[in-house]
Design a protein around this ligand. Sequence first.
Ligand SMILES: Nc1ncnc2c1ncn2[C@@H]1O[C@H](COP(=O)(O)OP(=O)(O)OP(=O)(O)O)[C@@H](O)[C@H]1O
Ligand SMILES: [Mg+2]
Length: 283
Amino acid sequence: MQAIHSLTASSVIKLDTKSPAAQAVGPLQTKAQGALVSPVDIDVQGLGKHFGGTPIFSDVSFRLARGEAVALVGANGTGKSTLLRSLMGLIPVTQGHVRLLGHDMQAGNAAALRAVRARIGLVSQKHNLVPRLSVLSNVVQGLLGQHPGPRHWCHSLAPETSRRAAMAALEQVGLADFALRRADRLSGGQSQRVAIARAIVGQPQILFADEPCASLDPAAGEDVMALFFDLVRQQGVTVVFTSHNIAHALDYGDRVLGLAGGGLKLDATAASLSADDLRGLYD
Ligand SMILES: Nc1ncnc2c1ncn2[C@@H]1O[C@H](COP(=O)(O)OP(=O)(O)OP(=O)(O)O)[C@@H](O)[C@H]1O
Ligand SMILES: [Mg+2]
């Protein structure tokens, strides 16, 4: 596949037509030879977002099959976080459509939106833990989407099943021994691992991660990425993560989407790209 070394606002979008998501035209499509293609978990068509009169991006379209991990890259201010928030339905979009897990996120049905959000996890750059609460309470709060209400505000009120699920998630990130420690007594790397535990405790089908290790030193950042991807790969979760770390985008993404000049300027398999290709997005 042709390499992109210099991407400008008008350059070509590389679309890997061999990707299952690019081939599928709906959930559970059948290939010509009869094998099942994974369901499309994320289907974005013609998405555009303005803040007031300022356009951030327009005409963004892509599909992600179940279990795909996609790195979303681009220079500061190109709209990566805005795109993630638009996908999750946290902010209204200006144009276009988003379907997550088969649900139309713009349909306006609040109960259905809550149900689909309960199947989605988020890890953000600032881990957003509640500082005065225990690590375990913070992870229990990851179940609030499925169990809204005060019983999931803090571990001492939570039902036994939820506490067990939270302990299991803490074991997965190697922090079971820290369950009763206050969240503000953790290192940055430990906090980010707790944030991962909180995101996975409800066994989400889709995980969004916005620069999940940007505030960590290189070694801790590497650990967090490796752990995060071990967990999501084991569970077949569909992942969209943003990163300014080109090596992470290429190592952990199956595909790379690049935002530049107000639109999606790159959509290619990570295997077909080099670090120089991605650097072109930042010119
Ligand atoms: N709530 C808002 N109101 C107005 N403008 C906003 C709002 N949120 C973001 N923006 C603007 O939208 C643009 C894209 O911001 P966004 O945070 O999505 O970029 P980004 O690609 O995530 O950048 P970074 O790499 O620095 O995280 C920026 O110009 C930002 O100032
Ligand atoms: Mg951002």
